[in-house]
Ligand binder design. Structure first.
Ligand code: UDP
Ligand code: MG
Length: 312
């Protein structure tokens, strides 16, 4: 069980109770790996205390907030089980679905993703954008990406190992678990509203994730840019021909077209800037990947020595 969290102090104890309640009945051994993505509230100390009482609980602390996708990655890197379930800390992904995921896994599927039948307690804008994003994404990547499946899923050990070799910085984990292939199956569930606290994914962060997803899985935005360029150049050419034609046929009727010229300059200039921006995005991604920085850094697990001893 991999649980990434950022400031979820009200949710973690409830999540823990429900997870343990549901999974005690299963034959497999349970381990809950909580990944603290730079929380500033009491969540991390709650996990640390619980870990002392319950040996199945482990805490991993990132050195700062690296983002949800990186937190999941850190969790998968350090999880030890034969299968790993990724679940949000806010109880939007009901733990009661996990036995269903495990049942599919025992049938032999290596990736079992949970598809949201409905999502309550989220803004209509987010639901609308999310649903359409998955459709566009699917068309762009020509890969069987499930619609409306979040990161709530079970992946087999072989998938976890495969993902260890995928070290790209702008990660879209749910896309990557699809990309690795293997046998995939779906389980349907009703997405619950957040138990407590506020979402850590405002619409702009979701938009960033969507953009990361598209640019890391597909060069299609670059193609859009080319098509936009061709269209605008074509329209400009037609317009120029018309102007020349009018000048020859009706020389007296000629109107100095300042407005047209200014409008065209602005429109074309704008489109050029957008195109350069998209290309720049890819270039900056090449730059970032070429640095080969580690995806995350962990805080030391052992508490600092408190005997006043410093240095070697
Ligand atoms: N989260 C995280 N790091 C972040 C943002 C979110 O670890 O930078 C965690 C958060 O605590 C939660 C999960 O990711 O467990 C999903 O976030 P949230 O519920 O806020 O997103 P939403 O469900 O609203 O899309
Ligand atoms: Mg949530």
């Amino acid at each position: 069980m991999v649980v990434p969290f950022l400031n979820e102090e009200e949710n973690l104890p409830v999540l823990y109770d429900r997870l343990v309640g549901v999974l005690d009945g299963e034959p497999e051994d349970l381990q809950i790996l909580f990944i603290d993505d730079g929380s500033t509230d009491a969540s991390a100390s709650w996990v640390a205390d619980t870990a002392k009482k319950d040996s199945r609980v482990r805490l991993l602390q990132l050195s700062r907030n690296f983002g949800h996708q990186i937190a999941i990655t850190a969790g998968m890197d350090h999880a030890e089980g034969d299968a790993v379930v990724i679940i949000d800390a806010d109880l939007q992904d009901p733990p009661e679905v996990i036995p269903e995921l495990m049942a599919k896994w025992r049938e032999g599927y290596e990736v079992v993703y949970a598809v949201r039948k409905s999502r309550s307690g989220e803004s209509w804008l987010k639901k609308f954008l999310a649903h359409n994003f998955y459709k566009i994404f699917r068309a762009m990547v020509k890969m069987e990406v499930p619609l409306d499946a979040g990161d709530f899923r079970l992946v087999d050990r072989c998938v976890v190992d495969a993902l260890r070799d995928v070290r790209e910085l702008h990660r879209f984990v749910r896309g990557l678990t699809c990309w690795v292939g293997y046998r995939q199956a779906a389980v349907y569930y009703e997405r619950a509203p957040r138990h407590a606290g506020k979402t850590k994914y405002p619409v702009w962060k979701s938009a960033n994730l969507a953009w990361d997803a598209m640019t890391s899985f597909s060069g299609t935005p670059l193609r859009w840019v080319t098509v936009a360029g061709i269209l605008v150049a074509g329209l400009g050419g037609l317009r120029a021909m018309r102007t020349i034609w009018a000048r020859i046929v009706r020389p007296d009727d000629y109107v100095p077209g300042w407005a047209t010229i200014v409008a065209l300059i602005l429109i074309i200039g704008g489109i050029q800037l957008i195109c350069m921006g998209v290309i720049g995005q890819y270039v900056s991604r090449i730059f970032e990947e070429s640095k080969k920085r580690p995806l995350y850094l962990l805080r030391p697990e052992k508490p600092k020595r408190d005997d006043g001893h410093r240095g070697p």
